[in-house]
Write a protein that binds this ligand. Structure first.
Ligand code: SF4
Length: 424
């Protein structure tokens, strides 16, 4: 573990966390396919699930499903559920037909769902069986996106964790950036690392199977997303070492993230400032009008995407917003240590969910803005609260300097819309 030089403030490091284990209102891990299929250009995601799973994906992905689809659902029907058909035979047939029709597929993920878990369909074994049949043309892997096992962004974690054991081995040193990022953000980070003289730098996931990074005991990795606990564990089993850092959201988070890498690679502060200075200045200028609009506004985060802590740190420290509650599905103390240290002391933190109790706290707080999942947004809007869908914060490019103002705008827009409606 390589500690970062900054983050000396203890903030919320030792703050109490309200732990709730009641009814949850969150998406399942299948949702991750919506952004992963865009990133991994020669991969295909075959959900082994029900019509509900297919509907979730279609509505979450919107019109994209009609444009060169790289995901689909193999429907488990009543005969499978009743044990009248051999689900493995059916799955083999569906996969064979798919791969015959689609020679462009190089990597196939069999994605588990609630129904496939209920009938105890062993997708790992199915992936091994099908992998043997279709290698070397297609690699077949499996992971679970079921709502029983995963929330929303954990689908990406499960997918990347499934990939890690298949990555080539290397004894060479290198930096690995982990977590799906928009291509434009990846290009910006590449330029910044190159300016700092840090390299070689690779990204997981890669756009093509052939470009998947190699990993080994000389690999240092930086998490770009805060929901990758299983992936991190799998990388460490391959010998890789995490560079501890806050997440690259906002100007401060991005600088601290880059500084952590710079420190690990022996790059001095003067060079860091020289390389990042112009982007920092541009981003601060672009943030200023949003800060003017958002400073002092009170914000409540329901647990959903696992991005809540870094987002809360950004809106509090860079936009001057007041945090009423920051809820998160899980608190990974090790990966979040630097974020917790930067949060304003006294922030109310909660982990897990008991949705009715949390709604009561939210109503009592009467915040100016609520960040929550789609299921809660409409009822809260109907009660007069202003909401932001947390899913949008995952779908949009929000990492890095050039996106800091876009990220701020995502918080400013619902408040602006509410003002316009009030004035109409
Ligand atoms: Fe619903 Fe489970 Fe399918 Fe997700 S995996 S859409 S929670 S049935």
């Amino acid at each position: 573990m390589i500690p970062i030089a900054s983050a000396t403030d203890s903030g919320c490091t030792d703050a109490p966390v309200l732990r709730e284990r009641g009814q949850r209102e969150v998406f399942c891990g299948l949702t991750g396919i919506v952004w992963l299929h865009r990133k991994m250009q020669d991969a295909f995601f075959l959900v082994v699930g029900s019509r509900t799973c297919a509907h979730l994906l279609q509505s979450a992905a919107g019109v994209m499903i009609f444009a060169e689809p790289r995901f689909a659902t193999a429907i488990i029907d009543d005969r499978d559920l009743a044990g009248l058909a051999d689900a493995n035979d059916e799955l083999d047939r569906v996969v064979t037909r798919l791969l015959e029709r689609r020679p462009d597929i190089k990597l196939l993920f069999l994605v588990g769902s609630c129904p496939s878990e209920v009938i105890k369909l062993d997708l790992q074994r199915a992936a091994q069986r099908l992998g043997q049949r279709f290698l070397p043309r297609v690699r077949v892997l499996s992971y679970s996106g079921s709502g029983i096992e995963t929330t929303f962004t954990q689908g990406e974690d499960a997918c990347l964790a499934a990939l890690v054991p298949t990555l080539p081995a290397t004894a060479q040193p290198g930096l690995l950036v982990v977590g799906a990022l928009a291509d434009v953000v990846e290009a910006q980070f590449k330029r910044l690392f190159s300016g700092l003289g840090i390299g070689p730098v690779q990204f997981l996931p890669a756009r093509q199977l052939a470009d998947l990074p190699a990993v080994g005991p000389q690999t240092r990795y930086l998490l770009a997303q805060p929901f990758l606990a299983d992936t991190a564990r799998a990388l460490e089993e391959r010998g890789a070492c995490r560079i501890a850092a806050p997440f690259p959201l906002g100007v401060e988070g991005t600088t601290a993230w880059l500084r952590a890498a710079a420190t690990a690679y022996g790059v001095n502060e003067a060079r860091l400032q020289q390389v990042t200075g112009p982007a920092v200045d541009r981003a601060r200028q672009a943030l200023a009008p949003h800060r003017a609009r958002l400073a002092g506004k009170r914000i409540f985060f329901f647990p959903d995407s696992q991005l809540e802590l870094p987002l809360a740190r950004f809106v509090a420290r860079e936009l001057g917003m007041q945090l009423t509650e920051v809820g998160m599905p899980f608190l990974h103390r090790q990966h979040m240590a630097e974020e917790l240290a930067l949060l304003p002391a006294g922030t109310r933190l909660s982990e897990g969910q008991d949705v009715e109790r949390q709604l009561d706290r939210c109503r009592a707080d009467a915040p100016d803005l609520v960040v929550c999942g789609l299921g809660l947004a409409n009822p809260l809007e109907a009660e007069g609260l202003t909401t932001k869908w947390s899913i949008e914060l995952v779908f949009s490019p929000i990492h890095g300097y050039e996106q800091a103002a876009d990220l701020a705008a995502l918080f400013a827009r619902p408040l602006h819309r509410r003002q316009l409606l009030a004035a109409a």
